[in-house]
Design a binder for this molecule. Structure first.
Ligand SMILES: [Zn+2]
Length: 125
């Protein structure tokens, strides 16, 4: 085994997910709404579970409930369900203390879009 350091400069385009990325940067939960069945996905799904590829965007409240949580050496993460969404999503948890399970999407401090959940006051379900 040999160690080798690799450095890359690259640019990623959000493409069709631009509204979702713009929302993340402002701490707003922008969900994809399926044209055929009305299912709301956050994070957005390009192809809905019903098979439809067409949809529009809707702003959710931004609040979510932690479904499962894990703690790692690089932070705390959870599977969470945003209020109004029909799917779960992986988020980074910041400032959560057991037994808090309710949080709000929070804008990242830097220029990279991230799914960050911070606790709601009280935040216990
Ligand atoms: Zn659908």
């Amino acid at each position: 085994m040999m160690k080798h350091q690799l450095s890359l400069d690259y640019t990623l385009s959000p493409g069709w997910m631009q509204p979702w990325v713009d929302g993340l940067m402002k701490g707003e939960a922008i969900a994809r709404v399926c044209d055929a069945c009305g299912s709301k996905s956050f994070a957005p799904q390009r192809v809905c579970k019903c098979g439809c590829c067409d949809g529009d965007w809707a702003t959710l409240s931004g609040t979510a409930t932690v479904v499962r949580q894990t703690d790692g050496t690089d932070g705390h993460f959870a599977m969470a369900r945003f209020d109004g969404a029909d799917n779960d999503v992986v988020v980074r948890l910041e400032g959560f203390k057991s037994p808090q399970t309710k949080g709000r999407l929070t804008a990242p401090a830097g220029a990279i879009p991230q799914m960050i959940l911070t606790p709601l006051e009280g935040g216990i379900t």
